[in-house]
Structures are given as structure tokens and as C-alpha cells.
Design a protein around this ligand. Structure first.
Ligand SMILES: *Cc1c(COP(=O)(O)O)cnc(C)c1O
Length: 490
């Protein structure tokens, strides 16, 4: 019989099976009872540290069964559960259970999806996933791209492709040095912080960003955009890209993508859409018009770990002409013996990563599990629940409904009979205290938004577990806590 090596990290088949079944049992139990536990225990980092102890690195190993049992307890007892039906904070979705299994399978096979030869079927699945995501949001299936860790990385990837495509000279060799004209890019004031990180990290500096104001509907003001572009050209700068947002993080507003696309065409600029949160809503026919113009984008960022309910992490960038990715990211070292034919994709040539995990599997599985129709249904329901949240807030005498777009609702608590003087400052303090109380209380989880100087509560529903009843009961909890705080503070 063949002699197997006795590595301490190996787990024999029977033990693996036992521990694995047991873990799956615990996860199944956890997921089926997630609505009956607090969203979070709101423990401080000091409290959490106690559970971990402050011992140094262990020199000897532990029994695998004990270790897995302890660790499962640790995670289930001290986590914030974004899969809880009453978690509506930031833009973090509930995780599709099939994605949980997908990650387990992906880790077990462990393909390195940097190169076709190292990951034949995984590369094929990722290529298919990218095409399906293009089809999902309604752009041409000729867009190419890849899976990345999230929205920041997806936006960075589009940004870098734009910089290569629109810079004069050979940026790979010369970098940003010796450019006759300084580059300029344009985005609305509501753009996510990734844009500053990108401008800073990729050698342009944040001063290249022209922040464009928003109009009454909170969309980028196109007259101001056009004027800024003309001004910069006249002053000897080189405009190279405009970022349109399709679902801004605070209020869910989608820019006028058609209008931005037209301007980009007119001035030969790269049109990038940050659709990290909102663009999957383009699958819902009633919302198609909101996204008119997306097919003009040179690059699009979207996050399966947001509105496609993929477990973290999964972002995706789509580029109209994928050759721009290769021009930007490819290098061919002598130590890579990767032969190519027309069909071969080596994903390390498409983005920043070299070795890459199999993120696409969980996304691909969920797309196949429920299909386009399943997603259309869930996304529409999320939007309807957000509209209900707004409607109930609007109807309540002590709540002020502020905004509702896509699946984001903002509102604030306004106590009955509040006097005029000092009102705004007090309301801001009260609502900030309310967010803090709610976030640590564990009954629900909302985040905040500042809208026209008003401190608001903000709920974003990218959660397939949230129900009408949750929304109705959350209204009651917000009012109850608002009253209690007002008694204390008022
Ligand atoms: C969430 C989000 C990002 C950042 O995405 P991460 O996955 O957190 O890196 C960027 N832009 C928008 C519009 C977003 O909603």
C-alpha cells in the first residue's frame, strides 16, 4: 500500500467528514434561527478581546474537533449578523446560502484563477459569470472583465484602464512623469471615497478631481460638468474621465447616465459608471429607464456582494473593450509558461491581482439557482419594502420621511410639539444619539446619512430576509427609542 505522508495539518477522511457534517449542522441551525437572535451584541473591542485572551502564538496544536467547535461558538456568539432580516445598515447584503456552499467548494478545489492552465474550469466559469453579469444589467455581452474583491477594487480597475487609454504617451514606461498636460477627472460630490483613494494612490493626486455639484434631484449637474470640462480644456488641462454614479451610497440616486455619456462622447472622455450598489436594479423592467445610457459606459463597477447577495467578497468590473485591461495590466515574465490561443484568458493580465481565488463560483451558483427571474423578484421586493418604509415614516406624526430611491430610505425622528428655536441642532443631536442607540441595541441595524445638513437614519435593503412585518415593527422601535431619548435629552 502507498505510504502517505503524515503532515500535522492533514485531516483524515473520516474526521473531515464528521467535523464537516457537524459544522454544516450548526450553520443550518444558525441560518434557520437568525431572526430570533440579536442583530449584534454591540460588544466593544475590549470586551471582544477577552474572549480571545492575550496569549502568544501557540507552539503546539489543538484537536481539530475542539478547535472547530470553539471557533463556531465564538463566531456565532460575538458577530454582527448582516444576514439578519433587520440589518439594513450601509450596503451590506444578506449572504446567499448557496454562496456559502460555493465558497467551501471553491476553497476545497482551490484553483488559482490567475491563469487558464491553473484553473481550466474555474476560468471558464468566471468568463461565463462576467458575460452573465453584463447581460443581467443590460449591456452588450462583448464587455469583458473580472471578479475582484469589491467596489473599490472594481472602480480602481476601471480607473486604471481609463488612465492608460486616455493618457498621451506610453504610461507603462513613462508613468505620469513628463506629461505636458495635467489630467483632470469629473465626478459628483456624492461619489464614494474610492475616487480619492484612486487619485491619490495611482499618482495623479486628489487635485485632479473636479467635484461637480448636484441639482435638485441630487444628480450630477450636467451644465456644471460641461462648463468644467470646457474650462479645463481652455486652461491647458487634459480631461480624461467622468464618473457617473448609479446608486449613490447615501440616498441611492442614479445620475443622468445618458447625459453624461453624451458629454463623454462629445469630448472623447472615458465614461466610467460606479454601479457598485445600484446597477443590478437595471434587471427590473420598471427601473430600466433610470439606467438609460449604461450601454455607453467604457467601464462599469458592480458588486455582487451587495445587491446580488453574494457572500463577501465579490466585486466585478466590466469593460466595453477588454483589450484596455490587457493594455493596462498585462506583463509576460519569462517564468510563466502560459501558452495561448484565441480563447484563452489569463485573468492575471486583466487586473491588479496575480494569484486569484475563485470568487466567481458563489456568484455563478446564485445566478443559476434563481435565474434572472428570481433576482428580478427579490430586487423588486427590496425596493417595494424600502418604499413601504418611506410611506410608513411619512404617515407617522413623529417621523419625517426624507428620501427614497432604489432600496434606500432616509428619515428622522421629530418629537411631537418641538419648539422652533434650536430645532435643527437639537434634532441632529437627537437623531445621532438614536442611530447610536439603535446600532448597539441589537433589535435592528440602520446607518446614517447627512442630507441638506439634516442628520438622518438610513435603511438600505439589500436583504432577501427582510419582510413587511420587519419594516412595520422597525418603525415602532425607532419611535419608541426616539421618544425615550427625547425624554432624556429634551
Ligand atoms: C459600496 C460602494 C463602493 C465601495 O465598494 P466596496 O465593496 O465596499 O469596496 C463604491 N461605490 C459605491 C457606489 C458603493 O455603493
Amino acid at each position: 500500500m502507498k505510504q502517505k505522508r503524515q503532515a500535522p495539518i492533514e485531516i483524515r477522511k473520516e474526521e473531515f467528514r464528521q467535523a464537516g457534517y457537524h459544522l454544516i449542522d450548526r450553520i443550518a441551525e444558525f441560518l434557520s434561527t437568525i431572526d430570533s437572535v440579536p442583530v449584534t451584541r454591540g460588544e466593544s473591542s475590549t470586551e471582544v478581546q477577552k474572549f480571545l485572551g492575550d496569549g502568544g502564538l501557540p507552539s503546539e496544536g489543538l484537536s481539530m474537533e475542539t478547535l472547530m467547535e470553539q471557533t463556531t461558538d465564538l463566531l456565532l456568539d460575538h458577530s454582527l449578523f448582516n444576514g439578519h432580516p433587520r440589518f439594513l445598515g450601509y450596503i451590506t447584503s444578506s449572504a446567499a446560502p448557496i454562496g456559502v456552499l460555493g465558497d467551501l467548494l471553491a476553497a476545497a478545489v482551490n484553483p488559482n484563477v490567475g491563469a487558464q492552465i491553473l484553473s481550466p474550469i474555474a476560468t471558464g466559469i468566471e468568463k461565463q459569470t462576467v458575460k452573465w453579469l453584463a447581460e443581467f444589467i443590460g449591456v452588450s455581452m462583448d464587455y469583458g472583465g473580472l471578479l475582484v474583491s469589491g467596489g473599490n477594487m472594481a472602480n480602481f480597475t476601471g480607473f486604471l484602464a481609463a488612465r492608460t487609454a486616455k493618457s498621451s504617451g506610453n504610461i507603462k514606461e513613462e508613468g505620469m512623469a513628463g506629461k505636458e498636460k495635467e489630467l483632470r477627472l469629473y465626478c459628483s460630490k456624492t461619489t464614494h471615497t474610492w475616487i480619492e483613494k484612486a487619485a491619490n494612490l495611482f499618482g495623479l493626486g486628489t487635485r485632479v478631481i473636479r467635484w461637480i455639484g448636484t441639482d435638485d434631484s441630487n444628480q450630477m449637474n450636467l451644465a456644471e460638468l460641461a462648463q468644467a470640462i470646457r474650462e479645463d480644456i481652455n486652461n491647458g488641462y487634459q480631461p480624461f474621465m467622468v464618473v457617473g454614479t448609479a446608486g449613490d451610497v447615501s440616498t441611492g440616486v442614479v445620475d443622468d447616465l445618458q447625459g453624461i455619456g453624451d458629454l463623454c462622447r462629445q469630448y472623447n472622455l472615458w465614461f466610467h459608471i460606479d454601479g457598485a450598489y445600484g446597477i443590478p436594479a437595471a434587471v427590473v423592467p420598471e427601473f430600466r429607464d433610470v439606467f438609460a445610457g449604461i450601454e455607453m459606459a467604457d467601464s462599469i463597477a458592480l458588486d455582487p456582494h451587495k445587491w446580488l447577495y453574494s457572500p463577501l467578497e465579490a466585486g466585478c468590473v466590466l469593460v466595453k473593450d477588454p483589450q484596455h485591461l490587457i493594455n493596462t495590466f498585462s506583463s509576460k515574465p519569462a517564468y510563466y509558461n502560459f501558452t495561448q490561443d484565441e480563447q484563452t484568458v489569463n485573468f492575471y493580465e486583466f487586473g491588479l491581482q496575480n494569484s486569484r481565488g475563485f470568487r466567481a463560483l458563489k456568484v455563478w451558483l446564485a445566478l443559476r439557482q434563481v435565474g434572472r427571474d428570481g433576482y428580478e423578484h427579490m430586487i423588486r421586493e427590496d425596493i417595494e419594502l424600502s418604499q413601504l418604509f418611506y410611506k410608513l415614516a411619512d404617515a407617522h406624526p413623529e417621523l419625517e420621511a426624507i428620501t427614497q430611491n432604489l432600496s434606500i430610505t432616509t428619515l428622522r425622528y421629530v418629537p411631537a410639539g418641538l419648539g422652533r428655536e434650536e430645532k435643527d441642532d437639537y434634532l441632529n443631536q437627537l437623531n445621532q444619539a438614536l442611530v447610536n442607540t439603535l446600532q448597539s441595541g441589537g433589535e435592528l441595524f440602520l446607518s446614517n446619512a447627512i442630507i441638506s445638513d439634516k442628520y438622518c437614519l438610513r435603511g438600505c435593503i439589500v436583504n432577501f430576509r427582510t419582510s413587511r412585518q420587519d419594516i412595520e415593527e422597525m418603525i415602532g422601535i425607532i419611535v419608541r427609542e426616539g421618544r425615550r431619548l427625547h425624554q432624556e435629552m429634551g
